[in-house]
Design a protein around this ligand. Structure first.
Ligand code: ATP
Ligand code: MG
Length: 452
């Protein structure tokens, strides 16, 4: 298979945009006699003049050989083995993914794949997927031509087997091989195709949209955590609003969020749509400003209206607020038999953001201090702000919470003093607090940031 070689300067990007860690890793691999190249999204983004989200390295060294070269590395992944390599002085979460060239299990004839699969098949069923191969085989396994470029940062050469550079220049998302077969092989590529189209503003090659619309149902067969990860990537990479429109231009939107699809058909909740759109726009501007975004906030936004409906129904039946909340969370996030399985950690944060809405609105004198010191306060406050933008919350309430955060002790005492006398009995208040804390005792302790 013939490759074309292009100088980076000819493509208009310069070496200084490349992470020094990935450069050092490639140098090290080469000094041990292995190949080392950057691949995929980072090469695409460099050519487009965008800042790459991450730098992925590929090599012909096998995972254990990579680990021998880099002592601060570990093999992860069951389906595919990937090596996370950390450079000296880096924090635990700062690593570069290094992957061995892989081949398609069906098409591979390479000697490496035969040895590996023979010796490993017996040990671990997941190893059936780790079929190693040559670079020529590796390129054919990739999803789209725009993601199929390799870059040698030492020689400063881009290696293009499949016309990826031309597709980037012509802004075209093109599947490598037959779209029908490649989507069937891995339906996550359907979601990825929509993501790249939205994120890069590209168009689909001929017939691809048709394939996606016809076979969206295949996504149903994906492992739930992989599906969740691919879906959430649609909304945390700076093109959330465009991704939303993309998925709703295919049956995928309705599959993932059936309550939205039925709602827009009935055209009965225009405010909910405005609410979601505003959140998506805020997310995009946060990403543009380099601010963190959390999955839970997006989930809290998308399921807020069904939650509210359910809450009102249960309160109407005479349930206490907290019980009604508990059941509604469960109805909206847990018992949904739809495609998107929301992980436990995300569900709990959403639960807290929602419950805190009641507390923020109520402004009970005795709760203020604990609300302000709650680790979910920031996300809950951002959520309140978002609600106020669609007229769900009185602006005086939002203003009060904004002011109290900045108040000096004197003003703080005055603001609390101005609040009406608490109506809740101390024992009732204590009971709810206890239930609340017991329930969330297992959640992680990281401080979330909202999207507003
Ligand atoms: P991003 O900018 O979002 O990171 P990316 O193209 O780098 O985009 P990754 O998910 O980081 O996407 O994957 C890295 C590379 O691995 C891709 O560019 C592609 O070559 C390959 N890849 C990822 N997922 C698949 C898949 N499902 N099928 C085939 N190739 C894939
Ligand atoms: Mg990437």
């Amino acid at each position: 298979m013939e490759a074309e070689y292009h100088c980076s300067s000819e493509l208009g990007f310069d070496q200084s945009d490349i992470s020094s860690d990935s450069f050092a890793i490639i140098q090290n691999l080469k000094s041990h006699g292995y190949e080392g190249l950057l691949v995929g999204g980072c090469v695409r983004d460099l050519i487009l003049g965008l800042k790459p989200k991450d730098f992925d390295v590929v090599t012909d060294a096998l995972p254990h050989q990579i680990c021998n070269i880099f002592p601060r590395s570990r093999i992860i992944g069951r389906r595919f083995k990937i090596v996370h390599v950390r450079q000296r002085g880096r924090r635990y979460l700062e690593y570069i993914e290094v992957t061995t060239y892989r081949a398609n299990p069906e098409s591979s004839n390479s000697w490496v794949s035969k040895i590996i699969s023979k010796s490993r098949k017996k040990r671990n069923r997941f190893d059936g997927e780790n079929i190693y191969g040559t670079r020529e085989e590796d390129v054919m396994r990739r999803d789209f031509t725009i993601n199929s470029l390799y870059y040698d940062p030492i020689e400063e050469k881009v290696i293009d087997y499949l016309g990826g550079i031309q597709d980037i220049q012509q802004q075209c998302v093109r599947v490598i091989g037959n779209p029908h077969q490649r989507f069937l092989e891995d339906p996550a590529r359907i979601i990825r195709a929509l993501r790249f189209k939205a994120k890069l503003g590209f168009h689909f090659e001929h017939e691809m949209k048709e394939e996606i619309v016809q076979h969206t149902a295949w996504v149903d067969g994906l492992n739930s955590s992989r599906l969740y990860d691919e879906v959430l990537k649609l909304f945390n990479q700076g093109a959330a609003e465009r991704s939303w429109d993309q998925i709703f231009s295919t049956p995928l939107g309705g599959m993932l969020f059936p309550h939205i699809a039925s709602q827009s058909k009935a055209n009965n909740d225009e405010r909910h749509m405005r609410f979601i759109r505003q959140a998506l726009r805020n997310t995009d501007s946060r990403v543009r400003d380099g601010l963190p975004v959390i999955d839970s906030f997006f989930i809290a936004v998308v399921f807020w209206y069904p939650y509210k409906k359910s809450l009102l129904r249960h309160i109407g039946k005479g349930l206490e607020n907290y019980d009604a909340h508990d059941i509604s969370v469960s109805e909206c996030l847990v018992k949904r038999a739809d495609l998107l399985m929301i992980p436990f950690r995300v569900r709990n944060i959403v639960d807290q953001i929602w419950w805190m809405q009641t507390m923020l609105e109520r402004r009970d004198k005795r709760d203020i201090r604990s609300i302000l010191s709650d680790r979910r306060f920031r996300a809950a406050y951002d959520f309140l702000l978002l609600r106020s933008t669609v007229g769900e919350i009185e602006s005086s309430c939002v203003k009060w919470w904004t002011e109290i955060q900045e108040a000096n002790p004197k003003k703080y005492a005055y603001m609390i003093d101005q609040l009406p006398k608490s109506k809740k009995s101390r024992s009732k208040q204590h009971q709810i607090k206890k239930r609340f804390h017991r329930k969330y005792a297992r959640t992680n302790t990281t401080q979330p940031q909202g999207m507003v």
